[in-house]
Design a protein around this ligand. Structure first.
Ligand code: S3P
Length: 436
């Protein structure tokens, strides 16, 4: 018997107050990985207590790394050094996390032991050839299920450095190659078609590995050493995006978000929303963080510049909701990657928004959405955390009650989402249904 978590939302409840959102997912994954490969005791503060990042921490524990949890959102990692990982005795379950699996493949490809990386139903459908190809070129031995998980990694003789130009703009591909490059003979170079989030290279630098960061190019020399350090994880902009858009589209709302990471490679949504006429204030603080306030706004449709796509790749489900609530048409192109995320995010959001009465046209690499009034409906998030949270916002603006099905995976990135929504003024009624 499978269980499914559904959410019921009554519309018309304004959202007001202060919102604190959980730690950054991308940084939390990398902090566990790099602290494990460094030498000494690293402290991670602000760690995301989500299922994805906890899965990564659990995997490093299976690989012999001692990781303590003195309190929630903190980890102390006793790094074992580049060659200190031990053979696991079971498969390594990445859960829902593409970042976990793809980056780990880079590390495991270089080990003297075999390992198997597996994941849930969604992750088992996601493309892995994009990392298998460059890692194989380096000498790695990775078998897959036709380019999809599980990944069976067997020891390579040795890894050789490569000069790699990925076809897709992907921080995960870049990071997998750089992590394998830590173990390779020579200098491994990655040249990106478009800039993507650069946490891996910046954190490698912070831990003391020999990494060179230049415009459009990052390289690492094999055989270096990392030294333990303290990592402070800011709140995740991709999680903040939900209260941010909710405040803009829900009548009579005003929300204040605290301590959000505002890295330029992550905040394309702010530029897109400004183009749509959003009233938002960003007040930078130290260390790449900002407080952000949003006020209910009358949004206008816009053509989203293709250049912004990598900088807002995780924010399209929620942007589609902003577009559905705006006047006029919003056009998105150059975003074919959305079709291979935790779900096909173009198809899932198009199906749900259409059910809510939205006029839209799907394209292979994007969508045209004509804003207007939303109807309440029963819509499916397809188990995709970001679609579930985005649809919660749409439901709050609809003309009648809505049900969103398959919402349990919100726990992968945003534990406490429904509690936060309740605090801000919109209660989510959760039900668990048994499916035969
Ligand atoms: C991530 C990179 C992005 C993003 C994902 C997290 C990362 O994926 O969608 O949620 O932490 O490197 P791609 O690199 O596949 O675009």
């Amino acid at each position: 018997m499978t269980k499914r978590t559904d959410w019921q939302i009554e519309p018309g409840q304004a959202l007001n107050g202060e919102a604190v959102v959980p730690g950054d997912k991308s940084i939390s994954h990398r902090a566990i990985m790099l602290a494990s490969l460094a030498e000494g005791r690293s402290e991670i503060d602000g760690f995301l207590e989500g299922e994805d990042t906890r899965a990564t921490a659990q995997i490093f524990a299976q690989l012999g790394v001692r990781i303590e949890t003195p309190e929630a959102r903190r980890r102390i990692v006793h790094g074992v050094g580049l060659h200190g990982l031990q053979a696991p005795t079971a498969e390594l379950d990445c859960g829902n996390a593409g970042t976990g699996m793809r980056l780990l493949a880079g590390v495991l490809a270089a080990q003297r032991f075999s390992s198997v990386l597996c994941g849930d139903a969604s992750l088992s459908k996601r493309p892995m050839q994009r990392i298998i190809d460059p890692l194989t070129e380096m000498g790695a031995q990775i078998a897959s299920n036709g380019g999809r998980p599980p990944l069976r990694v067997t020891p390579a003789q040795s890894l050789a450095a490569i000069d790699y130009s990925p076809l897709v703009a992907s921080a995960q591909v870049k990071s997998a190659v750089l992590l394998a490059g830590l173990y390779a003979d020579g200098e491994t170079i990655v040249r990106e078609p478009q800039p993507t989030r650069d946490y891996s290279e910046r954190m490698l630098h912070g831990f003391g590995w020999p990494v060179r960061i230049e415009p459009g190019r990052v390289s690492v020399s094999g055989g270096g050493r990392g030294t333990a350090m303290a990592v402070r994880v800011p709140s995740d902009f991709s999680s903040a995006a939900f209260p941010l858009v909710a405040g803009l589209v829900t009548p009579n709302s005003e929300l204040h978000l605290r301590g959000i990471g505002i890295d330029a490679r992550r905040t394309g949504l702010l530029a897109a929303l400004r183009l749509m006429g959003a009233k938002l204030e960003v007040r930078p603080k130290s260390l790449g963080e900002a407080d952000i306030s949003v006020y209910y706004s009358s949004l206008q449709g816009a053509d989203i510049p293709v250049d912004l796509v990598p900088d807002m790749i995780d924010e399209f489900p929620v942007l589609f909701v902003a577009a559905a609530c705006a006047k006029g048409t919003t056009r998105v192109r150059g975003a074919a990657e959305l079709r291979v995320k935790e779900s096909d995010r173009i198809a899932v959001m198009a199906t749900a928004l259409r059910k809510m009465g939205v006029t839209l046209v799907e394209h292979p690499d994007g969508i045209d959405i004509v804003g207007g009034a939303l109807d309440g409906a029963i819509v499916d998030s397809a188990g995709d955390h970001r679609c579930a949270m985005a649809l919660t916002i749409a439901a709050g603006c609809a003309g009648s009650c809505s049900t969103i099905t398959d919402c349990a995976n919100v726990e992968t990135s945003f534990p406490g989402f429904s509690a936060l929504w309740g605090q801000l003024g919109c209660s989510i009624k959760e039900s668990t249904n048994e499916l035969s």
